[in-house]
Ligand binder design. Structure first.
Ligand SMILES: Cc1cc2nc3c(=O)[nH]c(=O)nc-3n(C[C@H](O)[C@H](O)[C@H](O)COP(=O)(O)OP(=O)(O)OC[C@H]3O[C@@H](n4cnc5c(N)ncnc54)[C@H](O)[C@@H]3O)c2cc1C
Length: 386
C-alpha cells in the first residue's frame, strides 16, 4: 500500500484544477497524486469546433499529462478499480493507495448501449471520433432530415446539442442547401438548459424558431431502428437521414460499486465545500449532484468543475495548515455557439434563492472569443513551466 497526502481520482477539468491548485498551496511539503486511466487529456469542448468545421484535427484539444510534472503533480496512468471510502484507500491497476484526503473527479461515463440501436444509428458527438465522422457526413449531405437527439438527462454541457443544431443550420445555409434539409432537435427536456431558467430557455427557443430548427420536447427515446432510419420514442416516432446524438450518462462503475451515489445516480456533496458525508473525501465536477433551490440540478459543466477544484484544494490545504477555507458560491456561465463566428451567453448565480438568476445575452463575436479563451485556458495547465 502506497501512502499519499492527497489523491485526485480523474485527470479531467476538475481533477487538473484541484491538483494544480493543491501543489500551488502545499508547495513541496506534500505529494499530490493525480490518477487517470487515459494516457492523454482531451478537452471535449473542441468537439463543437469539429462539428462547426472550424477545427479538423482533434489533436488541437489534447494535453500531455507528463507536462504536469513540472507543476509538481505526480501523475499515474492507471485504472481506478475500487474506492474504499471508510478506509480512505483506492485500488488501481498500478497498485493500492491510501490517503489523508481523496478528491473524486471521475466525470460521467457515456453509455450508448442503454438504448438499443443507438450507436449504429447515428454519431456520438460527445466522442471526438463521432464528432469528426458527423462533420464529414454534414459536409457530404445534399438533402434530407438531420436529427440531433438528446437521449437522457442529465448530460454534460447542456448547451452542446443546441450549439450542434445551430452549427448544422449554419453549415447547410453556407452550402446553399438549407431549403432541401430539415434540422430537428428531440429531447426529454421541456425547455432548453433547464437549470439556467426561463430567460435562457426562452431566448434559445426564440433563436431555434428563427433558424427554422424543429424543437421537439418531452421526447424520451426507447430505441433506434437503424435499418429504417427511425427514432422510436415513448409516444411517437421520427424519421431521419443523419443523426447526431448525446448518449446517456452514468457515474463510473467504481463510484457506483463503492455505494457513493444516491438515488440521482451521482454523488451527493455539501454544495459549498464539495465534501461528501465522509470527512476528507471530496467529489467535484460532473460526478456530483447538487440540487438547486428550484429543484433542478447544477449542470455538468467544465466551468463548475474548474471552480470546484479550486475550492476543494483551498479546503484541503487549510486543514493541512496552509491558507484559508473557501466556499463554492454557484456562479457560472456558458456559451452557446450559433455559427458565423458568434456565441450567445448565459451567466449568473445558480445558487440564488428561490431560483437561479441567469441572464441571457444575444450572440456576438465577443462571446465567441471569450469561449475560445476559456477553452485555451484549460489547456494552459499542460504548458511546461520548467
Ligand atoms: C461536446 C462538449 C462540449 C463541452 N463544452 C463545454 C464548454 O464550452 N464549457 C464548459 O464549461 N463545459 C463544457 N463541456 C463539459 C465539460 O467538458 C465537463 O463538464 C467537464 O469535463 C467535467 O469535468 P470533470 O473533471 O468532472 O470530468 P472529466 O473532465 O470528464 O474527467 C473525468 C476523468 O476521469 C477519468 N476516469 C473516469 N473513470 C476512471 C477510472 N475508473 N480510473 C481512472 N480514471 C478514470 C476519465 O478518463 C477522465 O479523464 C463540454 C462537454 C462536451 C461533451
Amino acid at each position: 500500500m502506497k501512502t499519499r497526502t492527497v489523491l485526485v481520482l480523474g485527470a479531467g477539468i476538475g481533477g487538473i484544477s484541484a491538483a494544480t491548485e493543491l501543489t500551488k498551496l502545499l508547495g513541496e511539503k506534500h505529494t499530490v497524486t493525480l490518477i487517470d486511466r487515459k494516457p492523454r487529456f482531451y478537452e471535449c469542448a473542441y468537439n463543437i469546433g469539429i462539428v462547426s468545421g472550424e477545427l479538423s484535427d482533434p489533436a488541437a484539444g489534447e494535453g500531455d499529462y507528463s507536462a504536469l510534472k513540472s507543476r509538481g503533480i505526480e501523475f499515474i496512468n492507471a485504472d481506478v478499480r475500487n474506492i474504499d471510502a471508510d478506509g480512505m484507500t483506492v485500488q488501481t491497476t498500478e497498485g493500492d493507495f491510501s490517503a489523508e484526503f481523496i478528491v473524486i473527479s471521475m466525470g460521467a461515463e457515456m453509455s450508448p448501449a442503454i438504448i438499443p440501436g443507438l450507436s449504429g444509428g447515428g454519431y456520438n458527438i460527445y466522442e471526438k471520433n463521432g464528432a469528426v465522422a458527423f462533420r464529414h457526413e454534414i459536409e457530404r449531405i445534399k438533402e434530407g432530415r438531420v436529427a440531433v437527439l438528446i437521449t437522457r438527462t442529465p448530460f454534460k454541457c447542456p448547451a452542446a446539442p443546441y450549439e450542434t443544431a445551430f452549427l448544422i443550420d449554419s453549415t447547410l445555409r453556407k452550402k446553399g442547401i438549407r431549403d432541401r434539409c430539415s434540422v430537428d432537435i428531440y429531447t426529454p427536456e421541456w425547455q432548453p438548459m433547464l437549470a439556467a431558467g426561463n430567460m435562457v430557455g426562452d431566448g434559445l427557443v426564440g433563436m431555434l424558431k428563427k433558424r427554422e430548427i424543429g424543437y421537439n420536447t418531452e421526447h424520451m427515446v426507447l430505441k433506434v431502428d437503424n435499418e429504417n432510419r427511425k427514432i422510436l420514442f415513448e409516444t411517437d416516432d421520427a424519421g431521419y437521414d443523419v443523426m447526431a446524438y448525446v448518449p446517456p450518462h452514468i457515474a463510473p462503475e467504481p463510484v457506483r460499486k463503492a455505494g457513493l451515489v444516491d438515488s440521482t445516480g451521482w454523488i451527493p456533496v455539501n454544495p459549498e465545500t464539495l465534501e461528501t458525508k465522509k470527512q476528507g473525501l471530496f467529489a467535484i465536477g460532473d460526478i456530483v449532484s447538487i440540487k438547486l433551490h428550484n429543484g433542478v440540478f447544477l449542470p455538468m459543466a467544465g466551468v463548475f468543475a474548474l471552480q470546484e477544484g479550486i475550492v476543494v484544494a483551498a479546503n484541503i490545504a487549510s486543514r493541512l495548515g496552509f491558507g484559508d477555507e473557501e466556499r463554492f458560491a454557484g456562479g457560472g456561465y456558458c456559451f452557446i455557439e450559433t455559427g458565423e463566428g458568434k456565441a450567445a451567453m448565459g451567466s449568473g448565480n445558480f445558487y440564488a434563492r428561490p431560483a437561479p438568476e441567469v441572464s441571457f445575452e444575444a450572440p456576438s463575436e465577443e462571446h465567441k472569443r471569450t469561449k475560445d479563451e476559456f477553452s485555451a485556458a484549460i489547456l494552459d495547465a499542460f504548458r511546461s513551466i520548467d
